[in-house]
Design a protein around this ligand. Structure first.
Ligand code: IPD
Ligand code: CA
Ligand code: CA
Ligand code: CA
Length: 258
């Protein structure tokens, strides 16, 4: 299964790179900043047709809705975000990824995040290690808050409905530095690769984190919602992924304490 996934994700990535030379067709979804392109749709359609043809018994949970109507993760379910970071895809032609995960009865077995522009495939099979292309990713080591690079969207420090903005402001003040890349899947892959130490976000859908959470956990990182609870792989929600130690510390000393 993972060999097919790898082949298809590379093929889809090549088509996305080729699309830079053509004009995009851009539409809005729920609001003027929620965009979708012909390439988001084309990429999801590509995966859906390959999966249906090769694994007719499997189900597909994708952002653009070309798979199945999913209300549970029974059996084998492919969770796909054809382009994670569509705004970056449109504005920058970089900092976006294809995210593909395979869950069996609710357990994440295969996680792949493909940074198309850099040709970097982050992939993990549960229990068999995580890799960046052919290089194994090292187990994550503990980091203190004062040495941590935290990925967080700056607008959440100013206004937030789910958590007192002062809590995030204190955390942002104490860490070594902050980043914001605009692709949840890539940010989770960066946590897994040790490029950043943590990632906090307020509202994601299952396809944004289904693959990245497998990567992070495979190298010993922690993934939960912002309050330390398990993620909801059907409804989505907030997310906090981080190196061991840092995750517990932030929950105890910042988020749950104040
Ligand atoms: C978005 C990206 C972004 C996150 C948004 C997502 P999309 O996914 O992951 O980083 O902040 O919440 O919706 O729509 O570009 O696939
Ligand atoms: Ca989207
Ligand atoms: Ca996404
Ligand atoms: Ca998307």
């Amino acid at each position: 299964m993972d060999q097919y996934a790898k082949k298809w994700i590379k093929e889809a990535g090549a088509k996305l790179r080729e699309s830079f030379a053509t004009e995009l067709n851009i539409e809005t979804k729920t609001n003027p900043n929620d965009l979708v392109t012909n390439m988001d749709k084309e990429t999801e359609r590509f995966f859906v047709s390959k999966i249906k043809e090769t694994f007719p018994g499997h189900r597909i949970f994708g952002e653009e809705g070309m798979g199945h109507d999913i209300n549970d993760l029974k059996g084998t379910v492919w969770i796909i975000d054809p382009i994670d970071g569509t705004l970056n895809f449109i504005h920058q032609q970089r900092n976006f990824a294809i995210s593909l995960a395979i869950y069996e009865d609710g357990v994440g077995k295969v996680g792949m995040v493909y940074d198309v522009v850099h040709d970097e495939l982050y992939h993990a099979i549960k229990g068999e290690g995580a890799y960046l292309n052919h290089y194994p990713l090292s187990p994550l080591s503990k980091v203190g808050v004062e040495e941590a690079i935290l990925s967080i969207n700056a607008s959440w420090i100013v206004t937030n409905k789910r958590i007192n903005p002062a809590i995030l402001a204190a955390l942002v003040n104490d860490v070594r530095g902050t980043r914001s890349y605009g692709s949840a899947a890539l940010e989770l892959a960066f946590v897994a690769a040790g490029r950043i130490d943590g990632y906090i976000t307020m509202r994601l859908s299952p396809w944004d984190f289904a693959a990245g959470s497998i990567l992070v956990e495979e190298v010993g990182g922690k993934v939960s919602d912002l309050f330390g609870e398990n993620l909801d792989y059907i409804k989505g929600g907030s997310l906090f992924a981080a190196k061991p130690g840092f995750h517990e510390f932030v929950l105890e000393e910042y988020i749950l304490k104040r």
